[in-house]
Design a protein around this ligand. Sequence first.
Ligand code: HAM
Length: 422
Amino acid sequence: MAQIFAVKGCKDILPQEVANWRFLEEEARAFFGRFGIKEIRTPLLEKTELFARGIGAATDIVEKEMYSFIDRGEESLSLRPEATASVIRAYIEHALYKVEPASKLFTIGPMFRRERPQKGRFRQFHQINVEYLGFDDYRFDGEVIFLAVQYLKNVGLTEFKLELNTLGCPHCRLPFREALSHFLMSREKELCSDCQRRVTTNPLRVLDCKRDTCRAITEEAPTIGAYLCNDCKRHFIGVREVLAEFGLSYHLNHRLVRGLDYYTKTAFEITTPALGAQNAVAGGGRYNGLVAALGGPDVAGIGFAVGMERLLSLLPPPAASRETRPHLFIAALGEEPYRKAFALSNYLRLNGFYVEMDLPGKSLKSQMKRADKLKSRFVLFLGDKELLERKATLRDMDTGNQEVVTFIEGREEILNFLKRYE
Ligand code: HAM
């Protein structure tokens, strides 16, 4: 029969890789816990409208990258392309703002975007996502950025750049958008076909087009700085002061506009050249109008997401010590010894020990090979003779020492032996 392969852009995470994933997740849980950030888990499937309204109908994500379908002819559903809109939907739906007016939430899981797969870009990928809701003060922009940077450092990332920008608020962004659009229209013919479309639909996105010709044109384009209102200006100065207090260096990048429309004021990305064209390992920013736009109260928000595949590709291979080795391998020779060993292994597992065995009928040599491969600490030999004499040899695989254990009373002796070495 023909073999069936995974969907393009969707990767399996194999057993030998899982330790790395768990490491990232456990570090996140432990570190975020110290900031009082609580975990939330939302469905992977949402109403399409949530993302159209949340992320913006004119973004690449909503226009062409969502996995959407009409559910039994009734309503359009989508696999989530990001977590922010879903977390806010849940925050509003369960009135979490009543329980805790200022909520700090995180979520970890898969996202789906139908992008062209390439290095660092997948169709199913995973994010560690943090959202602060109800924190309007600029200090929390600083805290959230610090949190993202520090988390990456904690897990071992050493080379990266923090890029920072402000996108203003609806009041100051509107005139900026108009000025930019006006400028771009005057140079429209020189832009790439994607950017020609964006001139009217989403002119800010032209600023982060990677094509040389578009970049050369936008070098001369108006920048947001000149349009910022006093509130946005003060906020940005505040954020920069907090980052300086935290000792975080950053690069101002007026081209940083992000691919989602909900951002207001602060936007940031953490990038590294080691990732190639897809150079952002994390990105985020403030989104003050989003909760209200999704039908909730007027609550400010700021957050970020780390791309787990990208982060893992930047970290050194895992330490072998993270692999768990069996406490005991039982090498059984013969039908009855195997039956006894099978029961004994489960008894020891129930008592907290990691025990391995081979398949029935294997030679002693092949069983020892397997015990070696698994790096088992001890090996217990069980054959007909051992059962008859009610004593068996236990070999310490680290030292080569052997010890004979009598198990007159039963299996407790083996358990007690293992307990001595815990
Ligand atoms: P984003 O910049 O679209 O932001 O994604 C955040 C990170 O997810 C990226 O920096 C990247 O590391 C990773 N990522 C995105 N797309 C892919 C892909 N196709 N393959 C592999 N990794 C990818 C957001 O999603 C916002 N929701 C972040 C946020 C939270 N803003 C405020 N709160």
